[in-house]
Ligand binder design. Structure first.
Ligand code: TYM
Length: 317
């Protein structure tokens, strides 16, 4: 029996943080044997906020390196960059013509940006539709993400239904996969860890930087258990040893932060060492992306042929 298809991506707007890792990227690694996996770097989505070409290109290579360093195996997983599958933009245009403005105006990311008085570009407004195209063009069954992307996967399902109703049943309805315990990984201030909140702990950074960040975790003085430290620490240590550690060191914030720092470093050091080896061979990384890109494109191109026929865009036999 053929395997089900898993698809997910990370936006190369900076380096992944431990929220990206525990919330989503770890699941890609854990599930790579069970599913046929399409894992990509969402460079077209990154363009909605990043307009520095050098930075974008180097972020893409960095994220590709990070993917391999955490254990994604390019022999098993199709690893690619989104823009190597230009069919997604064609499909998203077709989806746009079926999507109403009020429907997109309900998207959380758009509403948040408007509430903050930001100037919103059309790409940001249309972000969920490009994401629907990413997912649906590869016939994904399963989309592992953090909680913040749940609505986007729902948009993909709705869009598939709408297309299927209008033109004929061609798209699968993808399922979202959210790991309950890590659905929203908190940052150093207790809010959701996010590049835009400046509260992240990078997955790959030198120990000095990690130490500085851990020591800056916001603590309140009302409790003996620093809850923001604990909430991050539980990602790295089992609950039993964690409870014992925090009981033993009630009120000793500095000791607890140092313990967290050591646990993070123990966890990320082997990944960092692997990353350094990979980063030393950039031509190999590019080769992995090229091969993955052409495989992902081949599959997307086949799907688009069927879509064009259904929509009435194919007139030559
Ligand atoms: P991005 O790059 O913002 O985040 C990558 C993944 O990390 C998850 N995540 C978190 N999970 C738990 N706690 C957090 N604090 C946290 N912060 C981020 C995100 O939920 C995500 O799963 N739009 C996507 C990229 C994308 C995509 C797709 C994903 C484009 N097309 C199609 C899946 C399918 C994004 O910007 O993720």
């Amino acid at each position: 029996m053929s395997k089900k298809i898993l698809l997910s991506g990370v936006k190369p707007t900076g380096r992944p943080h431990i929220g990206n890792y525990f919330g989503a990227m770890k699941q890609f690694v854990d599930l790579q044997d069970e599913y046929e996996c399409y894992i990509f770097i969402a460079d077209l989505h990154a363009l909605t906020t990043l307009h520095d070409p050098k930075e974008l290109a180097s972020n893409v290579i960095d994220v590709a390196t990070d993917y391999l360093a955490i254990g994604l195996d390019p022999e098993k997983v199709i690893l690619f960059k989104q823009s190597d599958v230009p069919e997604v933009t064609e499909l998203s245009w077709i989806f746009n013509t079926l999507t109403t403005m009020p429907y997109l105006e309900r998207a959380h990311a758009y509403k948040d940006a408007m509430a903050k008085g930001r100037e919103v570009n059309v790409g940001t407004f249309d972000y969920p539709i490009l994401m629907a195209a990413d997912i649906l063009i590869q016939d994904a069954d399963m989309v592992p993400v953090g909680q913040d992307q749940k609505q986007h996967v729902e948009y993909a399902r709705d869009t598939a239904e709408k297309f299927n109703r209008t033109y004929g049943k061609i798209f699968k309805l993808p399922e979202v996969l959210i790991e309950k315990n890590v659905a929203v990984v908190p940052g150093t201030d207790g809010e959701k860890m996010s590049k835009s909140h400046d509260n992240t702990i990078p997955l790959f950074a030198d120990p000095d930087k990690i130490q500085k960040i851990v020591m800056s975790i916001v603590t309140d003085s009302v409790s003996d258990i620093p809850k923001n430290v604990y909430a991050i620490h539980r990602l790295f240590k089992d609950e039993k040893s964690l409870t014992a550690l925090y009981e033993e060191n009630r009120g000793k914030y500095k000791i607890l932060k140092e313990a967290l720092f050591n646990d993070i470093v123990d966890f990320v050091s082997p990944l960092g060492a692997r990353r350094a080896e990979l980063a030393a061979k950039p031509e190999k990384l590019l080769e992995v992306l090229k091969i993955g890109g052409s495989k992902a494109r081949e599959r997307a191109a086949r799907k688009m042929e069927s879509v064009r026929k259904l929509v009435g865009l194919s007139i030559y036999s």
